[in-house]
Design a protein. Structure first.
Ligand SMILES: *[C@@H]1O[C@H](CO)[C@@H](O)[C@H](O)[C@H]1NC(C)=O
Ligand SMILES: *[C@@H]1O[C@H](CO)[C@@H](O)[C@H](O)[C@H]1NC(C)=O
Ligand SMILES: *[C@@H]1O[C@H](CO)[C@@H](O)[C@H](O)[C@H]1NC(C)=O
Ligand SMILES: *[C@@H]1O[C@H](CO)[C@@H](O)[C@H](O)[C@H]1NC(C)=O
Ligand SMILES: *[C@@H]1O[C@H](CO)[C@@H](O)[C@H](O)[C@H]1NC(C)=O
Length: 415
């Protein structure tokens, strides 16, 4: 009794919208996120001797690891470990909710090793995602992911990780242009996604404007979106890649009195700071931390420059089949200025916000993007398009199953 894919009311408009959104990002390669050459040092982490006596032996290399404790374990520090016996709990065939855009297997991806890597923090073991325990934690609650298409991937991953444990008549899915809702009736729980790629309002939210230079952001307006976030028990936000798709961000303040002409052009990190501050003010003034938990998924890195990992002949992430295994690898696909903005704003908020810090972990995974196993305007790339990765390889989005399942493993550990 597999619910049919055709039933999901994902409108053709949404499909086109997504294709354009992607095109907007795809065709502006000379963007900020490719410029910042980065030197990266890992944050201070606790010393090995603090661990002694605390816990059992980890598997790999017999090193000592403690039980996962978000306060103590720096999960960002670790390695991807190949494990041939891992089987993803779902596929893009078994889970009816995976969008065509990220259904790499169905779209013809020939290799599958990218599904066999597990993130292993150095200092602790990350708990496995336990679908029944996750559903139990959501009992009587609304969980909502808010943000862009990468956040939508995390939402679909979460739904797919739990949905096979729910009998067909006990679950439902309603896809909408802005809000999509998966319900687990027996648990009286919902797992929702709200589309707001900048979090703040813009002229390119539902009617996506392909040309980044024509997008105008209302950096101090959020209520039109945020009114849909009220009453949710667990909110998970993200916003990043859309800010990076033009060199400068056309930004508007206040009401429309000065029309759409009155914008100012700001550098992305400056506009981002104002936009995120608007979000932070909304959270601080609206959210009761005793009732609602707030999470923020950090930047999802892109893999647009194969020179970053010394593959000089490569075309972005095209044909990559293994992760970058160099420890602490940091490429040019995440803008550290944005990371600084995020931490400085969140540090000063009243309402506690938990980071799902996926950036460093995902930096390694040049092998796990959708690349040419994706769609454009609702159609899987044809063979000719697949042979033209310069034009078509998507090195922003991630295959499902895949890396977003690890993001949810991390999220689950904090839940
Ligand atoms: C590999 O995966 C299997 C199945 O999930 C698990 O039982 C085993 O412990 C893993 N091996 C290592 C070395 O982590
Ligand atoms: C179901 O959950 C909602 C919140 O999502 C809550 O308002 C309602 O009271 C719950 N109903 C039952 C029967 O538990
Ligand atoms: C949250 O709960 C604590 C302890 O019950 C209470 O002191 C605090 O005032 C509450 N905060 C809000 C915003 O209601
Ligand atoms: C991509 O990989 C395939 C299979 O390994 C190979 O035949 C092809 O030449 C590669 N393409 C490029 C552009 O490297
Ligand atoms: C996320 O983790 C990286 C290290 O992997 C760190 O540099 C960065 O500051 C963290 N970001 C936040 C917002 O905490």
């Amino acid at each position: 009794m597999k619910p049919s894919r055709a039933k999901a009311p994902l409108s053709i408009v949404a499909v086109i919208v997504c294709a354009f959104a992607f095109a907007g990002v795809l065709y502006t390669e000379d963007v900020g996120l490719l410029r910042s050459a980065t030197v990266f040092t890992l944050g201070a982490c606790f010393k090995q001797d603090e661990l002694s006596g605390e816990g059992g032996d980890g598997g790999v290399g017999g090193s000592r690891r403690i039980k996962f404790d978000p306060e103590k374990c720096n999960v960002m520090k670790g390695t991807w470990v190949y494990n041939a016996s891992i089987k993803p709990t779902y596929t893009d065939e078994t889970c009816p909710y995976v969008d065509l855009q990220v259904s790499c297997g169905k779209n013809g991806r020939p290799d599958s090793d990218y599904l066999n890597w597990e993130w292993q923090p150095d200092e602790c073991d990350l708990p496995r995602f336990d679908p029944e325990a996750a559903l139990e934690k959501l009992r009587g609650k609304r969980l909502m992911f808010v943000g862009d298409s990468l956040q939508r991937g995390q939402w679909q991953s979460f739904v797919c990780l739990v949905e096979s444990y729910i009998p067909a008549e006990q679950k439902s899915m309603r896809r909408g242009r802005a809000l999509s809702v998966f319900k687990a009736k027996e648990y009286n729980a919902s797992i929702e996604f709200y589309w707001a790629p900048f979090l703040v309002q813009s002229n390119s939210d539902l009617h996506i404007i392909g040309d980044p230079n024509k997008r105008i952001l209302r950096v101090d307006s959020i209520l039109k979106h945020a009114k849909n976030w009220k009453g949710v028990d667990i909110l998970v936000f993200n916003t990043y890649v859309w800010w990076m798709s033009g060199l400068r961000i056309k930004s508007l303040w206040g009401s429309f009195t000065n029309g759409e002409e009155g914008f100012e052009e700001l550098d992305a990190p400056i506009a981002y700071r104002i936009g995120l501050k608007t979000w932070a003010n909304w959270v601080d003034s609206t959210i009761d931390p005793n009732k609602t938990r707030v999470f923020f998924t950090t930047m999802s890195p892109t893999h647009m420059r194969s020179a970053d990992w010394h593959n000089r002949k490569g075309i972005r992430c095209y044909n990559e089949t293994i992760p970058v295994l160099e420890k602490g690898y940091w490429g040019s696909g995440s803008d550290l200025r944005i990371m600084k903005v995020v931490s400085s704003i969140v540090d000063r908020m009243k309402v506690p916000v938990t980071f799902i810090n996926i950036t460093q972990i995902s930096e390694h995974r040049k092998d796990a993007h959708t690349s040419v196993y994706t769609e454009i305007q609702g159609k899987v790339l044809d063979d000719e398009q697949k042979l033209n990765p310069k034009k078509y390889a998507d090195c922003i989005h991630w295959c499902l199953p895949g890396v977003p399942d690890t993001w949810n493993q991390l999220f689950y550990a904090y839940l």
